[in-house]
Design a protein around this ligand. Structure first.
Ligand code: ACO
Length: 311
């Protein structure tokens, strides 16, 4: 016999309504939300690095301003998401400690290098494109603070995706060398972007429960299909080739057939052995240590303000 609290929670979920921070919720629901939202927040923060790498080298003042704004947006996304996770009772310090200790996950995609300017285009087009596919349905996630944070984030991601597309378009209209650079970046980012959606459905331990709780609305493979169907016409406009010779629309099922994704590579990256994992974490650790004085100053300022109020 479910308790009145449990019944109320189940009713809210059944009505596709929202759970708010003060509502009762099962421990497992809270736990999976903290897991997903904190990973998501860490991804945004770590995700600043591959693009920050190009701020000083962007090819014009305008490009530099756009890229800086974009990287700042990612910081903002991280902060909304840490705030959403905090409403579930996990302090931000705890999440940060787990990240810098190498105990927390963040998206596999941010463990790849950005050797050329075209990588800024490919990240915007493919990585932010994948993020939009994955995150638009999350705007309807049953947990209120998460869904609301996602609404703002998705608006900004749409801009990010277009700026990436536009970088690639300009390169594709350029010289042979620029076209080759754009294609090379697409070749390197395509498969890792497909891996962003997570393991195949039959190897995704969290999907069934997250879908039952209206956190996830579509399975990993469903979203991957959507993403590819969005990319194909855009690749045509750009004039780039998606690096999968087997990619083909099956007219009967409406599904794209594709080559097998390299899940060994994915698992290696998740295990911390991707091309850039060590550097990304080290940078994050250094930034945290370099920022200690800011945290101390802010805490001291807050203490003084509180003391002044007491007088
Ligand atoms: N990178 C790192 N870890 C991943 C990835 C990935 N691309 N995909 C799946 N995983 C992890 C899961 O977190 C899970 O590990 P955990 O149990 O330790 O948390 C494990 O692999 C198995 O995966 P699933 O059971 O499919 O996990 P889940 O149901 O949480 O689905 C997904 C994974 C789709 C990534 C989901 O968590 C999600 O939608 N997260 C929010 C979006 C997000 O994090 N985006 C970050 C990248 S894009 C950006 O923000 C710019």
């Amino acid at each position: 016999e479910p308790s009145p609290d449990e019944r109320q929670f189940d009713d809210l979920i059944a009505a596709d309504s929202r759970i708010e921070p003060r509502d009762w919720m099962p421990d497992a629901y809270r736990k999976t939300l903290v897991r997903q939202i904190s990973q998501h927040a860490h991804s945004e923060i770590i995700g600043m690095q591959p693009e920050a790498n190009w701020i000083t080298r962007a090819p014009s003042l305008k490009r530099k301003a756009i890229l800086m704004a974009k990287v700042q947006d990612e910081a903002g996304h991280g902060l909304y998401l840490y705030s959403a996770a905090q409403t579930l009772g996990t302090p931000r310090d705890e999440m940060t400690e787990a990240l810098i200790a190498g105990k927390a996950r963040y998206s596999s995609i941010f463990n790849y290098p950005t050797p050329t300017w075209a990588d800024m285009g490919a990240i915007g087009w493919l990585v932010d494109g994948a993020a939009i596919c994955n995150q638009v349905p999350l705007c309807r996630a049953s947990y209120g603070p998460y869904g609301r944070a996602m609404v703002r984030i998705c608006k900004e991601e749409s801009f990010h995706q277009r700026q990436g597309f536009e970088i690639l378009l300009e390169l594709m209209r350029g010289t042979d060398a620029q076209r080759a650079m754009a294609q090379d970046a697409v070749d390197r980012w395509y498969w890792p972007a497909l891996q962003m959606f997570g393991p195949p459905d039959d190897a995704s331990p969290n999907s069934a429960q997250s879908m039952a709780w209206n956190i996830k609305r579509f399975s990993n493979d469903e979203l991957r299909q959507r993403f590819v169907s969005m990319l194909v016409p855009q690749a045509e406009v750009l004039g780039v080739t998606l690096p999968d010779p087997k990619l083909r629309l099956d007219e009967e099922t409406g599904q794209y057939e594709m080559s097998e994704i390299d899940w060994t590579e994915f698992n290696e990256v998740l295990a911390g052995r991707g091309p850039m994992n060590a550097q990304r974490l080290q940078r994050r650790r250094d930034a945290h240590e370099d920022g200690a004085w800011v945290r101390e100053a802010a805490a001291e300022y807050a203490r003084k303000q509180a003391a002044a109020r007491e007088v």
